[in-house]
Ligand binder design. Structure first.
Ligand SMILES: Cc1cc2nc3c(=O)[nH]c(=O)nc-3n(C[C@H](O)[C@H](O)[C@H](O)COP(=O)(O)O)c2cc1C
Length: 203
């Protein structure tokens, strides 16, 4: 559409960040977070069902496979979270971007990556210094021996202690805090139609 001379574009179009939002937009942002160390969604709260109730902890988002609706995380095979995932794979993930004032709430099914070649491919990407995180002789969360400041390490065991966790998402919910109003949209994965079904929600 041609605009008359002098017509002002400003105000005729949605303000930045207020363009129509769909599940693809969310996955694009998640993919950015998986690739960019400085993206605020890179640090994700993973919430599991513990023996005594809910448990939450932060993890680094390592990779996003949007086609498969999967997010990947690295952890120690011996951690509590993996025991909880084995007992109940239904988890929630939570992200917050303070710059854009955007929260993403998700739920999905978590599982350990079983394919040894895929795990090895991820292990190859772990920098030498970070491999120490998987090398403690005692399992993460075990009480330190009295009088010791640091846990004993066995670097030869680090690879064996390394696990990749995949979470396949089935619910997304975007909340953007704004003025004059907030915006909240949910999407549910429709397995039969193989698509995301959107629903705008009262914030
Ligand atoms: C910013 C940040 C990033 C973290 N990233 C990871 C991670 O990628 N993988 C991991 O296993 N633990 C990570 N942790 C530690 C976990 O939050 C948690 O303390 C640890 O994994 C033990 O959790 P669990 O006992 O519930 O299994 C991170 C902690 C912080 C504060």
């Amino acid at each position: 559409m041609a605009l008359p001379p002098g017509a002002r574009l400003l105000g005729r179009y949605p303000a930045p960040g207020m363009h129509s939002l769909n599940a693809e937009t969310v996955w694009r942002e998640l993919t950015r977070a998986g690739a960019d160390r400085r993206h605020p969604w890179r640090v994700v709260a993973l919430c599991t069902q513990g023996d005594q109730g809910p448990q939450a902890r932060h993890l680094i988002l390592r990779q996003v496979m949007s086609e498969q609706r999967r997010l990947l995380f690295y952890t120690d095979t011996r951690t509590q979270k993996l025991r909880e995932i084995d007992a109940c794979p239904q988890v929630a993930l939570l992200m917050w971007d303070p710059g854009h004032r955007r929260q993403l709430r998700t739920t999905g099914q978590a599982a350990r990556l079983e394919d040894p070649r895929a795990v090895q491919m991820h292990w190859a990407k772990v920098p030498e210094a970070a491999r120490r995180d998987y090398a403690t002789v005692a399992a993460p969360g075990v009480a330190l021996v009295a009088g010791t400041a640091e846990p004993e390490l066995d670097l030869a065991m680090a690879r064996q202690n390394f696990s990749v966790v995949s979470v396949q998402l089935d619910q997304l919910e975007w909340l953007e805090l704004g003025h004059p109003q907030h915006r909240r949209i949910g999407w549910s994965w429709d397995a039969a139609a193989q698509t995301w079904q959107a629903q705008s929600l009262v914030p």
